[in-house]
Design a protein around this ligand. Sequence first.
Ligand code: IPT
Length: 988
Amino acid sequence: MLPVIGPLRPWADPGTVAIGRRPQHVPLGRGADQRLLLDGDWYVELFGSPDAVPVEAVVGPTPTTGRRLTVPGNWTMQDTGDLPHYTNVQMPFAGPPPALPEHNPTGVYRRSFRLPAGWKQRRTVLHVGGAESVHAVYLNDEFIGYGTDSRLPSEYDLTPSLRTGRNDLTIVVVRYSAQSYVEDQDQWWMAGLHRSVWIESLPHVHLSDLQCSADLRLEDGAGVLGVRAVVAFDGADGPGRGWQVRVSAETMGGRRLARSVTTKVPHRHASPYLFTGHHVDVAYEFASIEPWSAESPTRYRVRAELVAPDGSVTDTAEQLVGFRHVEVRDRQLLVNGQPIWVFGVNRHDHHPDRGKAVTPDDLRADLEQMRRHNITAVRTSHYPNDSTFYDLCDELGMYVVDEANIESHAYNTSLCDDPRYAATWLSRGSRMVQRDRNHPSIILWSLGNESGYGAHHDALAGWIRRTDPSRPLHYEGAPFHAGWIDGGTNASDLVCPMYPPIEAIEWYGKSGLGHRPLVMCEYSHAMGNSNGSLADYWKVITSTPGLQGGFIWEWKDHGLRQTLPDGTTRLAYGGQFGDSPNDGNFVADGLVSADLEPHPAMREVAWVYRPVTVELVTAAPGRSGGRRRAPMLRVTNRQWFTGLDPYRATWELLADGVVVRSGRLDLPTVAPHGTVEVPVPCDTADVDGDELHLSVRWSLRRGCWYAPAGHLVAWDQVDLVPTRRGRPARSRTASGASGSGASGSGASGSGDVDQVMTAPVSLALWRAPVDNDGFKLMPDLSRRIGVGGGALVRWQDAGVDRLAADDLVEHVMTRRDDGRSVVYHHRVVVPEHLADLPRIGVTLGVESRFDQLRWFGRGPHENYPDRNASAMLGIWTGGLDDPPYLVPQEFGLRTDCRWFELIDPVRGERLRIDVLAPMALHVSASRFRAADLTDATTETELRPRNDVVVHLDVAHRGLGTASCGPDVLEQYRLTAGTYEFGYRLTRV
Ligand code: IPT
């Protein structure tokens, strides 16, 4: 039994949120000489439950032998035998709240430290950055305190129990607690001290908080700074007279913005009735400041000095602030008066080896990778991150929705009104605000995720509104449960739905109803091969009032590196640690892998979030009777505060995919959020070709924090109407490789085509199901979480996954051998009952050595009919893709291919596929058959075949986002009816 607190069992009591914990405050950035980091090795003993911990494990000298674990770290990731456990909505153990499982691993962390010289006469405060789920602190056999909320720091005063010399510190961490019911987020359940631990030395009288509000006054651009410096008189002989605080503000370069202001600290003897607290308030106005925005993140420094009655400075604290104004007005979320686009993602803390313990380098790497893909907003789903994250967002420029660590998903609608949990709500939300209030990057406070809508939300909302009126509130559950138009306005200033269909947001925007803007807190579920219709979302968002964007779910797969008995490693998902119950690979739904490798959909994200767009418009004829309407390029700067100077624009003219001209796109200055129209930069009258395309690319002129010079930021392609058809430009190119099959030189006989084929052309209707088609590994998951695609079950019922395609549909194939090549023609009639098939096409096998690809179609990256806005037409080259997804599924398609070549790079031989009808087919080439990908449950089961599996599809179902959200839109489905297509195979 834990000494002192054991019989009280606070971990089992939802009402006990802390014992002896110090008030929360902003991180005060004290110098390294005042801080002793306790990260590193700790002795850790694990017990089956907090009740099973013997007193001797907690008290006495720190052991010198035994298991040592790394802090920060999760013990679930450090070979302790107690493993990660993944559940989404359901709890990992039986309820109801606050019931706890009998087996409740409890870690006793122990280490000693020597009190640095000179600390004894001062206060020593322990900082526990993050402990999952609750923790109790002991120093030198004495109980110090107890804290909850896995994702915020807790601090304790160690002073009364300190010894000179060696001190023995114990932190007991309990894996599951009554608080776990409000930490039921969609992530791995871990355990341990996953953020830094340190002790800090403070003078008895010290600055305990420095609250800054830095506002931009829109009328005149002035910076309005309010500073509250809080003074603590801990342990001093009562707060005496004569203490003062000197406040100053300066640029990052150290230039003072105004004279410093020195103010007396009120003390309680003065007038108790009027006494407002031991703090001073200072207000400044600066006529000319540079505002903060994610595009131009200018910061300033605020400094506070504590001046003792004898005039000496005894403590200092510093904060970095940014002047910016956030408000919701007229159905708009305005930053500095502008309705910014929310180019967002949801981000969890995750590392494949360290679980929840992420380093500053990890955080920066995430932000760099985001910005390289034009992501400029993050929702900290679903809890406050380490404060380094917000420092980086302030510095680098990122809009943040800071979310309280509250999710009661399994008891969605009861705990938010359960009085036992009232303090939990309030302490979690208020402590987040108290820690994070000074960050300019945070533009919205979120009351949590998926916790119904109840009294506790309104209570917390009231507290935040009163404490920090400068930021609007975000809480999805309020409008969800109370109505989009005017429901839940106490708790949410936004309508922030998750996974709404496009029609729903369009309806809301167009309705003009209510006064709130709509920003999707989650949309476009990135599970496996997904994110269909991103461009369709953004078409509506950018053209409908009241809509400003959203946060894609989610940034990173939560795969955890796992070594199998045979020594191979894999990224594991739910259930692969023997964790039960579990929600399988629903934990792997990121735009990047757990290793930060971008999935192909990231190209589409970068495109829909690009800061500048180009479209083709037809200019109105001039007044002086211009005969023809000249096509113009309309360039739109989608940034709200900065111009396009950081980017260099270049163009290429493609005739049948071949670049025939190129140049720099000269532009007049484009104002923030401005549009200019410029003539198409080249004459096309003398260019031959069946198809003409103009591509415009924007790249960084200079390297910057997220990418080197030359990094591709934005791109667009427009179709131009050829004036001279019939002489395909490709036949004129120097590259003989691009000759069409018919006219190419060196074509050999059809026998040769057959010779290099390992499997004959055959009809194919099946694709290995993508996660959006249905959960192949968890047929019951849809029922459990109420989301998931129904296509897979429908296809399985109809036998599409196992019956011969020719037995399912009417198929007539003709094969014509013209001596040099083989021409195939197919006619497929899909009956009504098989409408909405995965694909209609053929598959064939080709010798392994043909492993290089070259094609005229969309690329270069994998793309699908509803995820190809980012994939420009062109002649692309590449190798065979590796399967990019954690659970094997369909991958690697390239849409709209006019021709496709498989190349043996060693012998220089090619097998060429020319599409004859319709104009283009969707093509993929890989080492896997659809059945291989269907059958495999995890990446390590996949065995690449010793040939190349090619698919040519006349139609391929879109991807949609039905694993959590809308299914494939009507226009990307395969209706019943007749499909005809033809192509020629030639060996060249
Ligand atoms: C919803 C959650 O908010 C999020 O945490 C995550 O689970 C996501 O969607 C899906 O991956 S939960 C969903 C069942 C609506």
